[in-house]
Design a protein around this ligand. Structure first.
Ligand code: CA
Length: 221
């Protein structure tokens, strides 16, 4: 993907540009906030430092957010809770504290871009499996003509599976999409939500377990 790296530290920037390029991305680096404001339209993702020489990265974040919904991942040395909350509230899709592990950065980049694509998707968003009907936009689930009340997380788990019916989805990917972060999500939490979800649907075949991998919404239960 085309990545705009906004970073004033030459050492950090050079290392990241090289690493991203080596993993098939097309990074371009700018060092000032003002450059980010003029360049962001040509990119699939922004990696944004907060400590910039000409203006605060949070200000850059807010300005970009006013005009564009390009995914923005904050990459900063500011690791205190207040800064993280301010970053996310200002419109960042994710927030990573330096020094960052490359594998984690790459995974988070993929996750925020995937979520962005899901937001703007326009496909038919009602999935039917037997007498189970899942309306992804209305966030409504009907089984045999009756509404089933799901919690936000239960629906989120089901929605990930329903967005690609018949396709196996790994536990890692489920946690990544539902919690936004497979590293933070506790595996057992997923089990709890899945157990409740299956009990509420009361259709044992609809969510199949793929042992050692993950789950699949049956294409025709
Ligand atoms: Ca900096």
């Amino acid at each position: 993907m085309r990545v705009l790296l906004v970073e004033d530290d030459d050492g950090v920037a050079d290392a990241l540009v090289e690493a991203l390029g080596a993993h098939g991305h097309e990074p371009r680096r700018v060092a000032r906030g003002v450059d980010a404001l003029t360049a962001h339209r040509d990119f699939d993702l922004l990696l944004l430092d907060l400590g910039l020489p000409d203006q605060d990265g949070l200000e850059v974040l807010r300005k970009v957010r006013r005009v564009a919904d390009v995914p923005i991942l904050v990459l900063t040395a500011r690791g205190d809770e207040r800064s993280i909350v301010r970053g996310l509230r200002s419109g960042a899709d994710d927030y990573l504290v330096k020094p960052v592990r490359l594998a984690e950065l790459l995974a988070r980049m993929d996750a925020v871009v995937r979520r962005g694509a899901a937001r703007t998707g326009t496909a038919d968003r009602v999935v039917r499996v037997g007498d189970v009907e899942i309306d992804l936009d209305a966030r409504r689930v009907v089984v045999a003509g009756r509404d089933v009340a799901l919690t936000t997380k239960e629906f989120a788990v089901l929605a990930v599976l329903a967005s690609r019916p018949g396709t196996a989805v790994s536990r890692q990917q489920l946690m990544d999409e539902v919690w936004g972060d497979a590293y933070l999500a506790v595996s057992r939490t997923l089990d709890v939500h899945l157990t409740q979800l299956r009990a509420k649907l009361d259709r044992p075949g609809v969510i199949a377990t793929i042992r050692g991998f993950g789950y699949r919404l049956s294409a025709d239960a």
